[in-house]
Write a protein that binds this ligand. Structure first.
Ligand code: HEM
Length: 570
């Protein structure tokens, strides 16, 4: 009796959910049709919380079942990034994805994209989606209007060329140590691309934030060190940051206080709460230290924390506001500074780590490109020690920049620039048509599609990784690099919303390429029965197989197996 009652309740609940979804799907379909744009129905929204939680379980199981190919292709999160321009070639520059939880306008037209980006107040950020970043309160990424202007003004003077110089030095050092690990300490072949890329970017980021150096240590090596009880207090800053970035979802769900106090949570989750307060304590100490130095008219070495504090204390004429008679200018509060520093770390770490994974996988499968960049690096560094290369070398390595651009063209960690119409319908013009986009429509500028669309990139090689397309000229002497921003190519966005860490990430990625490829070369390791050519093709497929977690990333970096050697050794 009790069982049949329970079954009836479950059946009623399921029926209610199905009916509710059918009703909202129909309503959203009706709204989408008013635009006159092509419509594509998707029964589960990629960003629906339940789907985000269960897709990683359901999709792998489904992929082993018969007749599920199109379901898996359509519902694996991040499918838009994986199929790149294809749906737009089929349906047009603009189309609407209709789901039970909302409508998504997909844009793969450069004029419409530019119009949307210019009308920042009409096509704003979806603040609900960014709430996850408010761990320390409002920040650059989660504020709007005058508040956003305040944060942005400070960010503009925080990411200085001096700081990029620090990023260059640190990336060369860290890159050399990572290479040393791959050559001598890692198990062979090396299969830890995903973990190693994240350790690399986290160490560089921590160095840029706090001006502290962290020797490259693989995840395995860190675990062994922790087990042996060798505590290193200097890694506290970096590790608290690492824990927060890894456990961002539990932090969002439970909040810092619950995480720290709940007896019922496992320690592996609870530690996120302690990491949040540790990071706050570290950064507060650094802020206080810097403020004390400013008051004494002294200067610490520049890093993102000191730059931010100074930017807040600086008057418009550039002088430091140290006179006690003047009111303190402090255009950001201490909490806002902490929050911005956290957001820099959040926005800067995985984006760069993911790009590095794709980049190394692609380069490993293209020995011709390795020779091409090695020739350039050797030309500009003529036998000198990697760590002695000055910052001016960075801009000379145009081929390495081209490798970074081409990788982002095909594999972008964001994939889309996401905006919303908010509570008001907005008009858009496409060609000679003007139409109204309903209120509460998510508008996605589809970078993955614009960066590969045959109209902008031709039909021959639009989907082929070829960094040489970004270089003009025929010899090292006269080569020029195309711009990092063009109508059909804007991986760091542009205009008022351009990524403040653009130069930071460019310098970091060029440095690691240069440190690894001047004297060394890498090759995918063939599986049983494979030729080297087959292994290269498989590695490219792995590089291009994207899945969305928080960002779009390589789905199976652990399947990339690489072997490094010195160029002068067989
Ligand atoms: C390959 C690496 C990177 C890529 C492809 C990238 C790309 C982007 C893009 C496209 C945006 C605009 C997003 C939008 O408008 O919706 C953005 C914003 C942002 N990026 Fe980056 N980024 C990278 C690295 C970094 C780094 C290293 C940092 C900092 C250390 C950083 C900090 C930020 C911040 C704080 C924002 C938000 C800016 C604002 O709200 O005004 N990014 N990034």
């Amino acid at each position: 009796m009790a069982l049949s009652y329970a079954l009836a309740v479950i059946a009623t609940l399921v029926a209610a959910i199905v009916l509710w979804n059918a009703a909202t799907l129909y309503e959203n379909y009706r709204k989408a049709k008013t635009t006159g744009l092509p419509v594509k129905i998707v029964y589960i929204a990629s960003g629906a919380p339940l789907w985000m939680m269960f897709a990683p379980l359901i999709i792998p199981i489904a992929s082993y079942l018969p007749f599920t190919g199109s379901f898996v292709a359509q519902y694996r999160r991040g499918w838009e990034a994986r199929v790149r321009c294809r749906p737009h070639v089929e349906l047009g520059d603009l189309f609407i994805i209709v789901t039970p939880s909302g409508n998504w306008l997909k844009v793969a037209n450069t004029d419409v994209a530019s119009d949307i980006l210019k009308r920042k107040d009409e096509f704003g950020r979806d603040m609900e989606a960014f709430k996850v970043l408010d761990i320390y309160g409002k920040s650059l990424a989660t504020s709007e209007g005058p508040d956003w202007n305040r944060h942005r003004k400070v960010a503009a003077v925080t990411f200085t060329e001096k700081n990029n110089e620090l990023v260059w030095r640190e990336s060369l050092r860290e890159g050399s140590q990572m290479l040393e690990y791959w050559l001598h300490r890692s198990p062979q072949p090396m299969r830890t691309l995903g973990d190693d890329a994240r350790v690399f970017t986290l160490n560089v980021l921590a160095a840029a934030l706090f001006d502290k150096s962290y020797p490259f240590e693989s995840r395995e090596e860190s675990k062994l060190r922790e087990k042996s009880g060798k505590k290193d207090t200097a890694v506290g800053y970096r590790d608290s940051l690492s824990t927060i970035l890894r456990l961002i979802i539990p932090i969002l769900v439970f909040g810092e206080k619950v995480l720290r106090e709940a007896w019922w949570l496992p320690m592996s989750i609870k530690k996120a709460g302690f990491a949040v307060s540790d990071f706050r304590t570290y950064v507060t100490e650094l802020i206080n230290e810097e403020r004390a130095l400013i008051a004494q008219g002294k200067q610490n070495s520049p890093n993102l924390v000191t730059n931010l504090v100074r930017a807040c204390e600086q008057d418009d004429d550039g002088s430091m506001n140290v006179a006690s008679s003047k009111p303190r200018r402090a255009i950001l509060t201490k909490d806002e500074i902490i929050s911005d520093l956290f957001v820099f770390a959040f926005a800067g770490n995985d984006t760069t780590a993911i790009t590095l994974m794709h980049l190394l996988a692609y380069v490993s499968a293209h020995p011709d490109v390795q020779d091409w960049i090695s020739e350039e690096i050797q030309y500009h560094t003529v036998g000198s020690e990697v760590l002695s290369w000055d910052y001016d070398t960075c801009v000379k390595l145009k081929r390495c920049w081209a490798v970074v651009y081409e990788t982002l063209r095909l594999c972008h960690p964001l994939g889309q620039l996401v905006k919303t119409t908010g509570n008001t319908p907005r008009t858009l013009r496409h060609g000679d048509r003007t139409f109204s986009v309903p209120a509460k429509t998510t508008v996605e500028i589809n970078l993955a599609a614009i960066h590969t669309h045959p109209r902008y990139w031709g039909t021959e090689s639009n989907l082929t990784w070829n960094p040489k397309r970004f270089i003009a000229g025929s010899s090292l002497e006269d080569e020029t690099l195309h711009a990092d921003t063009a109508e059909q190519f804007f991986p760091w966005a542009y205009g008022r919303l351009v990524c403040p860490g653009k130069r930071f990430s460019q310098v970091e990625l060029v440095a690691v390429l240069a440190a690894c490829f001047r004297d060394h070369t890498v090759e995918p390791v063939p599986e049983k029965g494979e030729t080297i050519e087959m292994a290269r093709k498989r590695t490219v497929r792995l590089a291009e197989d994207i899945e969305m977690r928080l960002l779009n990333e390589m789905r199976q970096p652990g399947k990339v197996a690489l072997k490094w050697r010195r160029r002068d050794q067989p």
